[in-house]
Design a protein around this ligand. Sequence first.
Ligand code: PHE
Length: 357
Amino acid sequence: MERLDHIRDEIQRLVKQAASLEALEQARVALLGRKGRITELMKGLGALAPEARRELGAALNRLKGEAEEAIAHAARRLEDEALRARLREERVDVTLPVRAESEGRVHPLSQTIDEIVAIFGEMGFSVAEGPDIEDDFHNFTALNIPPEHPARQEQDTFYLPEHRDGRKVLRTHTSPVQIRTMQKVKPPIRIIVPGRTFRSDHDATHSPMFHQVEGLVIDKTTHMGHLKGCLVEFCRAFFDIDDLPVRFRPSYFPFTEPSAEVDIGCSREGGGLRIGAGGSWLEILGSGMVHPKVLANCGIDPSEYQGFAFGMGIERVAMLKYGIPDLRAIYDNDLRWLRHYGFLPLDLPSMVGGLAR
Ligand code: PHE
């Protein structure tokens, strides 16, 4: 019994002194391992008289329990300490400046899409997407584009080889996502659709692959005034010019009625182009009230719902906003160009109405 008290003191000492999980494990083996002190004593019980064996056995069992508990407790303490040390050591200082030698840039097209999404996002629009490879129904027919319409001609549209269920096309605009959305969700609808589009055009101002952003708003009382208010607000926020002149010019699209093209004011004095100044106009997007036939094609009752849509070329507004003179350079992936026109990752827009820079 005296020896047990002695061991009890030793347990406390060993466990308290253990400075690491490894040291603690050594102490555990020394006490409770196959040749540990407590184990050895237990082995010796068999040689005792029954009376003494019972008494010592109970005491040994208690001691064993105490040892196990003390070890588990010390292990938790050591694990806590190790975690706290790691948290101290591996702490990240998010306020450190970006490394000056960083080569990475955000491409101006990505930057422009982010800005457009931020501005419309603030107005309550969400982002929708659709496939780049479309069928004739979504790209043309449902949009009320008749079979003889020039947009369907081979020289403008990339057609894929004839397929079991008709001819597929590389979508020529983002408008098919209007159809896909209206087929899928019940109004009210308020979406924008940034994405790739394709037309068989290639010169200094046209690329066979380019980007558009579509907008669609459908509700019971949405009218032309909402279309105008929304697009004027967008143009002024995007170009960061509060009094930017915006003009709505009558136009025609098969899928909207009435239709309007949107121009912004600019000046062309001295050969340069200045957005916001008077004198001249620049077309930046097409828009209109969604044609009743298009609503009906999507299973939406035109006597109950109405709304507006618009479509804008992203390269064009990016070039205007950031003074990019040549469309083709946008896709060249020349690092020198990207370093000049690109954006540092932390300059991403955080506010409506332009960049927080
Ligand atoms: N889809 C048209 C285009 O590519 C743009 C547009 C979209 C016009 C929506 C009106 C409404 O030219």
